[in-house]
Design a protein around this ligand. Structure first.
Ligand SMILES: *Cc1c(COP(=O)(O)O)cnc(C)c1O
Length: 406
């Protein structure tokens, strides 16, 4: 029987969806590459990438082909049975990284939940029951489960949901002395984003990440890198840790892993994985063949010199366009980030206008993001065309002029 289609609009959202989001006033219905169309047929350049997710743009032909092929083959088995796409994807992630073992889940939060549980469990099994302290950072973002939101460094996301998991300490990001002051032999892990995403597109310094690695070694703690946003080519390397010359003990990846299909992974070493046993952790959908087949195709395409080497060139186009806007309008206090995770920091006098700029950009036909309170964030497709960057930036410039100077 055919499903009845009912008419829905942006207004429907306010009546049917839990009010935890404030979506834009238009409803996207179609995407191709770095362009998106709404219900009225209006076209947008997509600089948001579904928050660093659609790293190969919308409806990439290879991803669509895999989706169709696997969709006609096998969707789901549960972990009572293993499956070929999951085994292939895990093998490829291991070949490309420090890792020996992979755990699949469905979202960034779940990959991090698994990582934090593993860090606690490893300390419990290998050291002692009171080695439970997790060190994390102000403005960090690790997801919305109760554990991940508690490790995250923005109390506004965890307040009101208590009692919160205990023995989590937050110190300033990029401040090695602050970590030294709180780390001890009761510390089981340091959890850090190599580039803070939601917190304001702030890269860690090399000294900081290298210093964290040394402190972890000194105190037999695990270095957990949250690469949910910075991974999968976003920084110009497959994973951002490759820029720093250190290896993590545990790494999580999600957003772009499936190029838009929900899938995430936690990577670790044989030594750390050895404390786990059947039944200790798990998830019904984790390693779902449909998700893993699509992610395998995404990894095959992203983990190539063509795509990875193109990231820096595209970043330069973005930064040049942003500098040109700034030389005329004087609105930014610097451009930061790495690769195609780009933050344009608004001058203090415009800091409260980030949301207005985002809305004006949509009106002009370009989708952008914010991060923190005062940063305009760009997380476009890693293969965005120059013509799309030019057109999107022209629209963005008009939006800024209209909203701030009209
Ligand atoms: C988005 C994000 C998460 C959470 O991922 P979800 O898929 O929303 O659960 C965790 N960590 C970082 C760094 C992120 O950017």
């Amino acid at each position: 029987m055919a499903t009845d289609k009912i008419a829905v609009t942006r207004e429907t959202f306010d009546n049917v969806i839990l009010p935890v989001y404030a979506p834009a006033q238009f409803v996207p219905v179609k995407g191709q590459g770095s362009r998106v169309w709404d219900q009225q047929g209006k076209e947008y350049v997509d600089f948001s990438g579904g928050i660093a997710v659609t790293a190969l743009g919308h409806c990439h032909p290879a991803l669509v082909e895999t989706l169709k092929k696997q969709g006609e083959t096998l969707w789901h088995t549960s972990n009572v049975f293993t499956n070929e796409p999951a085994l292939r994807l895990a093998s490829k992630l291991i070949a490309a990284t420090f890792a020996d073992r992979v755990f699949f889940a469905n979202s960034g939060a779940e990959a991090n939940e698994a990582a934090f549980k593993l860090a606690r469990y490893y300390a419990f099994k290998k050291h002692h029951a009171y080695k439970t302290k997790i060190i994390a950072f102000h403005n960090a973002f690790h997801g919305r489960t109760l554990f991940t939101v508690s490790v995250g460094g923005q109390p506004k996301y965890s307040d009101g949901f208590g009692p919160k998991p205990a023995d989590i300490v937050h110190v300033p990001f990029n401040d090695l002395e602050a970590v030294k002051a709180v780390i001890d032999d009761h510390t089981c892990a340091i959890v850090v984003e190599p580039i803070q995403g939601e917190g304001g597109v702030m890269p860690a310094t090399p000294e900081f990440i290298q210093g964290l690695r040394a402190l972890c070694d000194e105190h037999q703690a695990l270095l957990v890198l949250d690469e949910v946003q910075s991974g999968m080519g976003r920084s110009g390397k497959l994973f951002a840790y490759e820029h720093y010359g250190v290896k993590p003990d545990i790494l999580t990846t999600a957003k772009a892993l499936g190029g838009g299909f929900p899938v995430s992974a936690m990577l670790t070493t044989n030594e750390i994985a050895s404390v786990m046993a059947p039944g200790v952790h798990g998830t019904t959908y984790g390693g779902n063949p449909l998700a893993c087949a699509i992610a395998e195709t995404a990894v095959d395409i992203i983990n190539t010199p063509e795509v990875l080497n193109g990231v820096e060139a595209r970043r330069e186009e973005f930064v040049a366009a942003l500098n040109e806007i700034d030389s005329k309008l004087h609105v930014f206090n610097g451009i930061r980030g790495k690769g195609l995770l780009i933050g344009a920091v608004l001058k203090p006098e415009y800091a409260s206008r980030a949301r207005d700029i985002l809305n004006a950009a949509a009106a002009e036909g370009v989708m952008i993001l914010t991060a923190s309170t005062d940063v305009i964030r760009f997380a476009p497709s890693l293969v965005i065309e120059s013509a799309d960057i030019k057109e999107g930036m022209a629209r963005f410039a008009r939006a800024i002029e209209k909203v701030l100077f009209a």
